[in-house]
Design a protein around this ligand. Structure first.
Ligand SMILES: NC(=O)c1ccc[n+]([C@@H]2O[C@H](COP(=O)([O-])OP(=O)(O)OC[C@H]3O[C@@H](n4cnc5c(N)ncnc54)[C@H](O)[C@@H]3O)[C@@H](O)[C@H]2O)c1
Length: 415
């Protein structure tokens, strides 16, 4: 069976070339969860290729903003495509009835783990059941959320029960949040499908936006997505473990780190230490752990290391300035990644809680969150600083008080 199909490279989007609206040339696609972090970049990319795209979402405020050409969150290169296509071949809506009149339905709603770190497969199924009465047997159904291995087969079974046939494909998203538009046009697209017919239908869509398509079986494709994210989580955990190990000895981790990497190609991908958080890496590692019946010791260890870093950073500051009770601590950066406005699962909030529990007064700043304290004020009042997120806006700060910066963003010798 043909497993990999290469097409000539084509890259459009951010800073390159955004095609103008050409409505009605590529079929009607409805994205359920369409105004979310994955839905928007996908919808815009498809619209830029001439598909008629409906972004269906229960978040009325995000729908309203999108139709007004205001992105509900920061996404590089998205605004120009949104402006070019909205109300032409792209709309956002809360009207579920529009599902009836589509050729393809893409599901990209969230797939969380529960409080015990077990995947909530029922949440995925619930959304499918919700829309099933509005769907028909001719439609291609695409799952794009990150799902627990085996979920595609369960959904195929349900579709067959309902329609006598399953035209189903699993086409996982692997974008870096905030850079979705650029990455959709540059990353290979994995496709698994319940039949050759469903595969070719999915291929005809994704081959218009991805430079390459890789065909796999459903279980393989589900694992590719989970392993992709888990691999990154493990890499960050290794860096964070080394950071804690070296700094705990009173040594500067980055003197060791830089020496390891200096002209040493095999360490080229060794990441810096940093708060490894966000809505995907942790929960996908836990999904993989559940898949391996909780024998995934490496993944569990990575979780302990990454989730333990906030505590270590607070302890480092305590070593520098003594008891934190009554001290004013500037916590700079609350989003889970730099230069982005997404606070989901950010470990800065864990640092904030730990500081508050130690009775410090926490002076929070983030340039992407309006309700936080102005940066100048936080810096002027602070007895100590913890850098939560290395936003570009912080680059030129020369701290005047002791600080903790696990990212090596600032000149360390001045600390
Ligand atoms: N955020 C990322 O960068 C990223 C990258 C790759 C994969 N993923 C995966 O993609 C999936 C979605 O993640 P996300 O970050 O886009 O989440 P999100 O919360 O930003 O988006 C989900 C959207 O679905 C909407 N929604 C929920 N229930 C709905 C319903 N019944 N009908 C219509 N809309 C509904 C929500 O209002 C929200 O706008 C997850 O499985 C995630 O793991 C995310």
């Amino acid at each position: 069976m043909e497993k990999t199909m290469n097409r000539p490279s084509h890259i459009e989007g951010k800073g390159i070339k955004v095609p103008q609206a050409t409505s009605g040339t590529g079929g009607k696609i409805c994205i359920i969860g369409g105004c979310g972090h994955v839905g928007i970049p996908l919808g815009l990319s498809l619209a830029s290729r001439g598909f008629d795209v409906t972004l269906l979402d229960i978040n009325a405020s995000a729908v309203e903003k999108t139709n007004r050409c205001v992105l509900p969150f920061k996404e590089e290169g998205a605004e120009e495509i949104l402006k070019a296509h909205i109300a032409k071949n792209l709309i956002a809506t809360t009207d579920r009835e529009l599902v009836r009149d589509q050729e393809t339905i893409v599901f990209v709603t969230g797939t969380p783990v529960d409080e015990h770190h077990n995947p909530k497969v029922n949440d995925v199924l619930k959304v499918i059941y919700e829309y099933l009465p509005l769907m028909n047997r001719e439609q291609l159904i695409i799952l794009r959320s990150t799902i627990f291995p085996g979920t595609t087969d369960v959904i195929a079974h349900e579709l067959k029960k309902h329609f006598g046939i399953a035209r189903l494909a699993f086409c996982p998203e692997r974008i870096l949040q905030g850079k979705g538009i650029e990455e959709i046009f540059t990353l290979p697209q994995i496709i698994a499908a319940s039949s050759d017919d469903a595969y070719h239908a999915a291929f005809s869509i994704f081959s218009k936006i991805a430079p390459k398509v890789i065909r796999l079986d459903a279980r393989e494709a589900e694992l590719v997505k989970l392993i992709t994210n888990t691999w990154r989580y493990l890499e960050f955990a290794a860096a964070n473990q080394f950071y804690m190990m070296v700094e705990n000895e009173g040594l500067d981790f980055y003197r060791v780190y830089n020496a390891v990497k200096d002209d040493y190609p095999r360490a080229a991908n060794f990441p810096k230490a940093g708060l490894a958080a966000g809505p995907c890496l942790f929960k996908d590692t836990m999904q993989l752990s559940a898949f391996y019946r909780n024998n995934f010791f490496l993944g569990q260890s990575a979780m302990l290391v990454n989730e333990g870093l906030p505590d270590f950073l607070v302890m480092q500051l305590e070593k520098k300035i003594g008891c934190l009770a009554g001290k004013r601590i500037a916590l700079l950066g609350m989003t889970f990644k730099a230069n982005n406005d997404d606070t989901r699962e950010s470990l800065s909030y864990k640092i904030k809680k730990l500081l508050a529990f130690k009775m410090a007064q926490v002076l929070v700043n983030d340039p992407y969150i309006d309700t936080t304290m102005p940066l100048d004020e936080a810096l002027a009042k602070a007895d100590g600083i913890i850098l939560g997120t290395p936003h570009n806006q912080y680059k030129d700060i020369i701290p005047k008080v002791p600080f903790v910066d696990c990212w090596s963003f600032w000149e360390r010798s001045k600390n």
